[in-house]
Design a protein around this ligand. Sequence first.
Ligand code: BTN
Length: 325
Amino acid sequence: MKAEVLAALKEADGYVSGQALCDALGVSRTAIWKDMKKLKEQGYEIASVPNKGYCLLSAPDVISENELRSIWKAKWAGSEIHFFEKIDSTNTQAKRFAESGSAHGTLVVAEQQETGRGRRGRNWESPSGEGIFMTLLLCPDLIPVQAPMLTLVAALAVAATIRKKLDLPAEIKWPNDIVIGGKKICGILTEMSAEIDYINYVVIGIGINVHNRYFPEEIAQMATSLYLEGGNQVNRASLIEAIWEEFEGYYEQFTKSGDLHELKNEYNSLLANMGKQVKVLDPREPFEGKAMGINEKGELIVDTWEARKLVSTGEVSVRGLYGYV
Ligand code: BTN
């Protein structure tokens, strides 16, 4: 109910009368008054003037189920939204939802993660009020070898949204880190439950550094936040919504063919490694070469002095010769 009141306040151009809200939502004046009170307690600034009604003056950067629902435009991504003030990990929670039968498109968002997880068993620091921590559950009609491409689709959606919405020069470090000025702003962790030829589900977890002003010394050279890059007016809820709306479009293009041939040019245009010397940390044999973009399978094409090599996602990681990218 609060989500509908909030949506009505956001849509109104100025004041909206209490009676109009009652009529539109089919509830009593007291119910509306109670919702306004709760919203104010959450930090929304709402003016209430006799004979004029209510007017939303400012919205805090809160992420809540109501806030998300009041602005949601994506069609199926976020068909169910679960918000937690604190959770172990949104990926772990999304997997729990999947195991108990939740639907394709279920979204888990948290203000804080106690054991946020990164790739290769690393931690993902997830303090309250600083970032975006979210995971989308997918039950795609794909085979397991196609699943890693979903991570590249998600990376494209995040980079494109940051560019469009915040006008910041986000790029992709293959396969799925988002960087600005060569520093990481977002990481993506995709996990899957599958049989040999059948995917039960995939969870795509996205962590974005939003309001962080400092990073621990060990990672300060490699990490940045939207705030530090000049995007200081970021509203996390609306960024979350925009990312999944964008993702839907790319996802539909990807699943039509089951490969990245339609998306590869756009992905390559945002690839921070493009044309750069990279070191491929292949556990069998590391090698160096020039990154030439991805192919339709999402493999990174690397030209070494002796041959053209294709690098697939997985255990391999890629570093710049002169820095992180
Ligand atoms: C990386 O190592 O770059 C991937 C980091 C992924 C972090 C996100 S935050 C939301 C989701 N829940 C997790 O536990 N991890 C992912």
